[in-house]
Design a protein around this ligand. Sequence first.
Ligand code: CTP
Length: 399
Amino acid sequence: MLAGKRILLIIGGGIAAFKSLDLIRRLRERGASVVPVLTRAAEEFVTPLSVSALAAEKVYRDLFDLTDEAEMGHIELSRDADLVVVAPATADLMAKMAGGHANDLASTVLMATDKRVLIAPAMNVRMWEHPATQRNLKTLESDGALVVGPNEGDMACGEFGPGRMAEPLEIVAAVEAALLNGPLHGKKILVTSGPTHEPIDPVRYIANRSSGAQGTAIARALSTLGAEVIFVTGPASVTPPDGVAVIHVETAQQMLGAVNAHLPADAAIFAAAVADWRMAEDAPEKIKKDGSGEAPILKFTENPDILAHVAHLKKGRPNLVVGFAAETENVVDHATTKRDRKGCDWIIANDVSLETGIMGGDENDVVLITGAGAEDWPRMSKDQVAVRLAGRIAEALGK
Ligand code: CTP
């Protein structure tokens, strides 16, 4: 059953578009809601009215529709779904996806999404066999797209061979497999995220620049792959992802308590920027100026190291413990030492010097350090880092 699942269905312009009407019906029968996007070419084959009537949803048609952008922008449209399905995926749509084009609503949504994409190719046999299409298919698969079909058979164009779009029920089965049996299905993963706030007195606190963006993206990517995610977050500025269990904390000590309370887990990812120190003594009242002109001297004590604590657990240690290393110099050396010292399996090192714009920004430039050595990843968005990391975690836990 697909109850509560939201499918963004992109209908491309091919004769097989008529089958997508039945696909909408079949998905809805199983409890999914379907938000349709029609390309201009698709409108030559099916009408927005019939699509909208079957989906019982508004049909999204044009990138520059001001009302649509005001109601729901293309970014939200792409993020609001659990899965993006492209059916039929024409040769042209596949080429656009593989090339990263974003010149209409469908291609822009496909570029902006952080969800998995399932394509159901449909085209003439020669077009399917053309080296360009086969090249694009490989690119899409290596970008993580799921593919259903095409099937072999008589085609509307009079030829015979592979190119027929998979039948609606086959596409439904692929949707169910993608949503219900992701590679992390049945795995429980704990993720810490965001900064911590350590009170100085009832009105002041020590904080850091972490926005929680990277941890949030990781939680979302893991959940998309089917994991049960426990998301322990400090006071972050980004909103936690949907579909994960969110535990809000403020201080490092509270974060440790929440982590301990939710173990055991199959894996734990420590993306939080935990404050290293807290006040040595609680100040129950606001600290006042004493009139002498001298500033108060604050005394700190070290916070518990949550990552090191979990990584060194004798009993109930997660199979995979992943930490981050926020460094401002000698990034790989410091991170490699940190990995040993903290006892984690992997460490993701990044340079958080102010000029990199990483802390609080949308992009990240990381080196993944495992027992096998250091892997330098190209600079990419935090969402892409998360998707790549989630894939690696699925691989590691699958062994
Ligand atoms: N971490 C933690 N608890 C702490 C401090 C850090 O769980 N009290 C985790 C972070 O979530 C991150 C990793 O440890 O995964 C490294 O954090 P970082 O701030 O880079 O390292 P520090 O422990 O602060 O070490 P240093 O001061 O030497 O940089």
